[in-house]
Design a protein around this ligand. Structure first.
Ligand code: RIB
Length: 293
């Protein structure tokens, strides 16, 4: 049985160039060949969850352009349920301009949200049937607040665990934080959100911070902090590693695994991702992660 997972978030087309180093402000660097790759945090999480064994319904907005059409075709090829992937007339699809540093795999990303900014609370309400029998809901922050809050409320009202990946980070009200089952920031997002203590004090049930090559950390109120090492790999491209982690965590929790077991699986999945080029093309399949474990 593939557990049902609802992903609410963005879809982008990634325009990627490998560079010798990430340019500093005012600096021009010459890079490699332009690559056009399916991306967007929401879509990456949805594809990761599908490849890792989830029955995934994606709620998103695309523009009515060639990028949007290509994204929709890609979602179908990945087996996502796209019934609630809407097309916004007269608006461009989301695009991300990405520089990937050849030596380290580190990246820098600028997003033009396009149709992602048109996903609103009314779309989440209209997608209400998508939440039927969902085991887990996954939400990220490249969409407007009212859509994020509506999706959190939709999960909370139905008793479905909500995983929120606070990327890119922005303030989240306490009323939303305390309705989350898991928050998955990276270290810089954690700092922007005020740090572990503040988040746990505001009612986040489980804080799972991704630490790059160092793996992940689990913090819960009144419980010892746990560290989970990542498999040692050579990183070629860190784009979508966090999305892969969040999608993997969702699948394992939806399969009834404990949080520590789900984090171990997610660390292995994300480690595999960074060994491969491109956001969605680089996402691993379930058997590959099981082999690593
Ligand atoms: O998390 C990686 C993603 O961030 C990229 O695929 C890009 O589209 C941006 O949304």
């Amino acid at each position: 049985m593939r557990p049902r997972i609802v992903v609410v978030g963005s879809s982008n087309t990634d325009l990627v160039v490998a560079v010798p180093q990430i340019p500093a402000p005012g600096q021009t660097v010459l890079g490699g060949t332009l690559q056009t790759i399916p991306g967007g945090k929401g879509a990456n999480q949805a594809v990761a969850a599908a490849r890792l064994g989830g029955d995934v319904r994606f709620i998103a907005r695309l523009g009515d352009d060639a990028y949007g059409a290509a994204a929709r075709a890609n979602f179908a090829a990945e087996g996502l349920d796209t019934h609630f992937v809407l097309t916004t007339p007269g608006v461009a699809s989301g695009v991300a301009l990405i520089a990937v540093e050849s030596t380290t795999g580190e990246n820098s990303i600028v997003v033009a949200p396009g149709a992602n900014a048109k996903l609103r609370a009314a779309d989440i309400a209209a997608a209400s049937p998508a939440f039927d029998k969902a085991a887990v809901i996954v939400i990220s922050l490249e969409i407007p607040d009212d859509a994020v809050f509506a999706a959190v409320e939709a999960g909370h009202a139905r008793g479905i665990p909500v995983l929120l990946n606070p990327a890119p980070a922005r303030h989240l009200p306490g009323d939303i934080l305390r309705k989350l089952a898991v928050l998955t920031p990276n270290q810089s997002e954690l700092a922007q959100l005020g740090g572990s203590e503040a988040l746990l004090a505001q009612g986040v049930a489980a804080l799972v911070t991704t630490l790059g090559a160092q793996g992940a950390r689990l913090e819960q109120l009144n419980a010892p902090t746990e560290h989970f090492p990542a498999p040692v790999v050579t990183a070629l491209d860190t784009v979508a590693a966090g999305d892969c982690f969040t999608g993997a965590l969702a699948v394992e929790l939806a399969r009834g695994q404990s949080l520590p077991a789900a984090i171990r699986f997610a660390c292995a999945a994300a480690a595999l991702k960074v060994t491969r080029i491109g956001a969605q093309p680089g996402l691993p399949y379930r058997d590959e992660v099981l082999d690593v474990l």
